[in-house]
Design a protein around this ligand. Structure first.
Ligand code: R5P
Length: 304
């Protein structure tokens, strides 16, 4: 039976103080339901409004990518510095400790490989499993202008509709076919199509010319992929330019896990994304952290 002893009548109702209904801070997400907004708040840090997503889903079509051969050794040490882990359910269940409290953005497409046509994907995860995994968002790729453009858009629509049913946001990834020109026209088109179809945020690539207009023309947040490995200062400069021109964060893989010091690099990226650190200062931070000479896993492995 409920304890009814010593129940006191409420008397402090804050009369005269209007209840606050703060607008939700994620771009284009003001009219979403509580569960959607809550999941987006796990992805986009409420303090900065931005996100550092660590992408390590590359194996779903290209196998053991450099830096991801042993995800237990290379990715697990980075978990503490990422807002989001973007990966497949296979990687998650096999190597990521369930005690990790990062938001999970689940790669839900598959069905092709580097040996076949990349745009020929299908939805490869059931929504039930995304819920079981406690995904904060689900994701698939659209290949605008590629051979299987239509199928990839169909995949996105399917994911958005099933996610909406359960309050799970969808991130659309703009996949770029080898024959596509990576320019303002292409990314404006691809990101806008994704947002108009209902994607809650979009992963794109940074471009030197016109990126600000790409972000402005997309009614939901854009995060940038890192792309191929660059020297650390160049990758930090790219992240800084993207943030400065309207990106809401990064979804970065190779430029972190293929860095000379991934733990230092992810912290330097975090300083750019969340604290508006200039690239040179962030690179200094990277060098300082690297110089601390924390034994890396290779040395530990060799000495044991
Ligand atoms: C690519 O297939 C994946 O979606 C990656 O998550 C994405 O490309 C980001 O990784 P990176 O920064 O290595 O380009």
């Amino acid at each position: 039976m409920a304890d009814k002893d010593d129940i006191k009548e409420g008397k402090d109702f804050g009369i005269g103080i209007p209840q606050q209904n703060k607008p939700f801070y994620v771009k284009g997400a003001g009219a979403l339901d509580w569960g959607m907004q809550n999941r987006l708040a796990r992805i986009f840090n409420p303090a900065s409004g931005r996100t550092v997503m660590l992408a390590f889903d590359h194996g779903y079509f290209q196998g053991p990518t450099t830096g991801l051969e042993r995800m237990d050794l290379t990715i697990v040490p980075l978990i503490a510095y990422a807002d989001v882990l973007m990966c497949t359910r296979g990687a998650l269940r096999s190597v990521i400790p369930p005690s990790a409290t990062n938001a999970i953005v689940l790669r839900c497409s598959g069905g092709q490989s580097i040996l076949t046509e990349l745009s020929r994907e299908l939805i490869a995860v059931d929504i039930d499993d995304a819920i079981r995994i406690n995904a904060a968002a689900i994701t698939t790729q659209i290949y605008i202008g590629a051979e299987y453009e239509h199928q990839s858009i169909k995949n996105l629509v399917q994911l958005i509709d099933t996610g909406n049913r359960y309050g799970i946001p969808t991130m659309a990834v703009t996949g770029v076919g080898a024959q596509m020109k990576r320019d303002e026209r292409y990314f404006s088109l691809a990101t806008r199509i994704a947002a108009e179809l209902g994607a809650h945020y979009v992963k794109s690539y940074f471009i030197e010319e016109g990126f600000e207009r790409v972000c402005a023309g997309c009614p939901v947040p854009i995060v940038i992929a890192g792309g191929k490995k660059l020297p650390e200062l160049d990758a930090l400069t790219m992240a800084h330019q993207a943030i400065d021109q309207g990106a809401a964060g990064v979804d970065m893989g190779r430029n972190i896990f293929q860095s000379d010091d991934p733990v230092a690099m992810i912290q330097a990226v975090g300083a750019v994304v969340h604290s508006n650190e200039k690239p040179e200062k962030a690179f200094q931070l990277y060098q300082q952290l690297k110089a601390r000479n924390v034994p890396d896993r290779t040395r530990v492995a060799r000495s044991s």
